[in-house]
Design a protein around this ligand. Structure first.
Ligand SMILES: Nc1ncnc2c1ncn2[C@@H]1O[C@H](COP(=O)(O)OP(=O)(O)OP(=O)(O)O)[C@@H](O)[C@H]1O
Length: 319
């Protein structure tokens, strides 16, 4: 049976409308399914965990944006990690030892960014994405990025974009804009503010044991897929199933030049710019001269230290 986890407020209320369309199709075709709605931040994590543990579902589908994907994937990953006895959970101390997730994950895009869909070639039209679930599909295994007891499906970023996640989260006007279904505006306002105020700092990276030092770093994006921040092609050569994370570093550039570089990221034309460098590897440690503020799939994270490990082929997705 297929289970759906629906974020009704994703895409400024699009999630609810998309679900209504999907439900009509499911009823017409008499497809047995279960559905649960999120009621606030974090609820999709718990719902996904419950659904996986019930063992009733062969496919668990998220209907929402990248934040909903992040929560559902985390719910599935941690339920699989802590499945079984307390002893087994204690034995699965490290993320690397966690078992593979027993059901397939599907995604129906209903958010504002939908990078997960872009990165995997899942149709952006919700009913076309739904058709993929109906086809008998074994699922394609993809890697996940692990940091500090959480996983990211798309990317982890620090620097300017971590600060954007922090400001969006803390902005006093965020609740009001969410109520008015203008949640994305909170993100744009935070981005504008951060672009004018962020102070770049020195950072050290340790990628698979090799050290790289960079000064005046604006951002470091550690990516599992090429897309980022709602359609930017930040790491064009990132592949979700190659066992490696691709890392984009933007450093050593003035604020004015950064403004000029910014639009090029949407088409991937920033590649080759002298301020942009790329690395790739299985594990990444980042040290900064300032406290870390990061995001995981666009959701705020404040780790004491940044150590990201790739978890190869950890979940099977329908695409
Ligand atoms: N019922 C709810 N009420 C308020 N917030 C919710 C609810 N359910 C989930 N959320 C939160 O909504 C946030 C945004 O969800 P999501 O990222 O899926 O949509 P989006 O921001 O429109 O899309 P995208 O990330 O693709 O731009 C998530 O942080 C999630 O925790």
């Amino acid at each position: 049976m297929i289970a759906f986890i629906v974020n009704p407020v994703s895409g400024n209320g699009r999630g609810r409308k998309v679900w209504n369309e999907i439900e009509r199709v499911l009823r017409r075709r008499e497809i047995s399914h279960a559905v649960r709605f999120t009621t606030g931040p974090g609820t999709a994590v718990a719902l996904a965990g419950e659904m996986l543990r019930s063992g009733q579902y062969t496919v668990i589908a998220a209907v929402g944006g990248d934040g909903t994907v992040h929560e559902v994937v985390n719910g599935l990953w941690s339920a699989a990690r802590y499945a079984g006895s307390r002893e087994a959970a204690a034995a699965a101390e490290t993320a690397e030892e966690a078992p593979h997730i027993a059901c397939r994950f599907a995604y129906i895009p209903a958010g504002s960014g939908n990078d997960f869909a872009r990165g995997h070639g899942i149709p952006l039209h919700p009913l076309e994405a739904l058709e993929l679930i109906f086809k008998e599909h074994a699922g394609s295994p993809i890697d996940l990025l692990h940091m500090n007891g959480r996983v990211a499906a798309n990317s982890i970023g620090t620097g300017l974009d971590g600060q954007v996640a922090l400001e969006t989260n803390e902005a006093g006007y965020k609740k009001l804009l969410n109520k008015l279904r203008l949640g994305k505006l909170a993100y744009v306002l935070a981005l504008m503010r951060v672009l004018f105020t962020y102070r770049p700092c020195d950072m050290k990276l340790l990628v698979d044991g090799s050290k790289t030092e960079k000064s005046r770093v604006w951002l470091i994006a550690v990516c599992n897929i090429p897309h980022y921040g709602g359609g930017m092609l930040i790491c064009p050569s990132a592949r979700p199933d190659d066992g490696k994370a691709n890392i984009c570093i933007v450093s050593g550039i003035s604020r004015l030049k950064l403004f000029m570089l910014f639009p090029l990221v949407y088409s991937g034309k920033h590649v080759g710019h002298p301020a942009v460098s790329f690395l790739s590897g299985r594990s990444v440690e980042i040290e900064s001269s300032q406290p870390h503020v990061a995001h995981m799939d666009g959701e705020l994270a404040r780790p004491e230290r940044i150590r990201i490990d790739i978890l190869p082929e950890r979940i099977s997705i329908i695409k």
